[in-house]
Design a protein around this ligand. Structure first.
Ligand SMILES: O=C(O)CCC(=O)C(=O)O
Ligand SMILES: [Fe+2]
Length: 170
């Protein structure tokens, strides 16, 4: 697997990410007396190449879905969480999977997180890296214009990893 991943041509990585757009979101989750009745952020996967996340005040809340089960990601002092996004899943032809995640709230404590999104360029095409594709490794995702991809991402209803699944070749 890793051998295949290392086979991505550097120029292809550069042409997708060199002019990439970075953005940041600061999330503030106030305490809620009925935390079971609300969701901090609904289940989604990020559109990004990579997301680097800091759980600023080290309060639990982030969860990832693994084998159908929600697993809490306990904050480690000073540590970042690095998440793979949909663009990296598509570009790596599914070798790396974007991660479905959500955040829940606490009844007593406020929580703050900062997510930095490392995106691709905004124009051109997105699809599996050409250097990964051959007769034994056919493309697992369709090609899509990046403008269309980002527009679709922000307008679709966030439902887990449903957006990346639209691009999948069955
Ligand atoms: O608050 C968190 O830990 C997650 C935030 C998140 O998933 C996002 O901003 O995309
Ligand atoms: Fe996220």
């Amino acid at each position: 697997m890793l051998g295949t991943a290392l086979g991505i041509d550097e120029e292809e990585v550069k042409s997708l990410f060199e002019e990439g757009v970075q953005s940041m979101r600061m999330n503030y989750y106030p305490p809620c007396p009925q935390p079971d009745k609300v969701m901090g952020i609904n289940p989604h996967s990020d559109a990004t190449g990579l997301t680097i996340l800091l759980q600023v005040n080290e309060i639990e809340g982030l969860q990832i879905k693994k084998d159908g089960i929600w697993i809490p990601i306990l904050p480690l002092p000073g540590a970042f969480v690095v998440n793979i996004g949909d663009i990296f899943e598509i570009f790596s032809n599914g070798i790396y999977k974007s991660i479905e995640h959500r955040s829940v709230v606490s009844s007593e404590k406020e929580r703050i997180s900062i997510a930095t999104f490392h995106n691709s360029r905004l124009d051109g095409e997105l699809g599996p890296a050409n250097s990964l594709i051959n007769a034994h490794n056919p493309p697992k995702f369709k090609k899509i214009g990046l403008a269309e991809f980002y527009e679709g991402y922000v307008t679709h209803e966030p439902l887990g990893r449903s957006y990346v699944d639209i691009m999948r070749i069955n």
